[in-house]
Design a protein around this ligand. Structure first.
Ligand code: HEC
Length: 127
């Protein structure tokens, strides 16, 4: 038989867990990935090659040790930081102003790089 004292402890914990679940689901629903919905990966691929991102970051956005350009996806910076960096890079990367690369094109590029495959873990590479 369950003693009343146990019920008192258990019920609030279930209520708290349910509340947390509802809150986290709500947060997810209210804040959809800004990019996946906004950008178009197919158009982004065209823009990515047209303006030359591929020359340093590689065709898949995988990065390159030769240009020292980092991997761009699929786990990218948040789109606001991605956009800010592309407009005002800090070191070797050339800046891309809105005149040569619109915000819409940049959102498409973001969709493209974030849709690329994740790298294979080293221990899963074929010998
Ligand atoms: C001439 C080579 C070159 C080209 C072209 C280039 N990049 Fe870069 N990019 C770099 C390098 C090198 C870095 C590392 C930071 C630096 O040196 O400025 C970088 C860094 C970045 C970062 C920061 C990534 C991070 O996680 O820190 C983003 C975002 C980025 N590039 C996006 C782009 C996009 C989008 C394009 C095309 C519109 C582009 N880059 C074109 C060389 C390049």
């Amino acid at each position: 038989m369950i003693r009343p004292s146990k019920l008192v402890i258990r019920r609030p914990s279930i209520a708290v867990a349910s509340l947390l679940l509802v809150v986290s689901l709500g947060a997810t629903a209210q804040a959809p990935g800004p990019t996946a919905a906004a950008g178009n990966a197919a158009r982004g691929k065209v823009a990515y090659f047209r303006v030359g991102c591929y020359q340093c970051h590689g065709g898949e956005g995988q990065g390159s040790p030769y240009s020292s350009a980092p991997r761009l996806g699929p786990a990218a910076l948040p789109i606001a930081a991605f956009t800010l960096f592309t407009r005002t890079p800090r070191l070797q990367m050339p800046p891309y102003s809105p005149e040569i690369l619109s915000d819409a094109d940049l959102a498409d590029i973001y969709a493209y790089v974030t849709s690329r495959a994740a790298p294979v873990a080293l221990d899963r590479l074929p010998n």
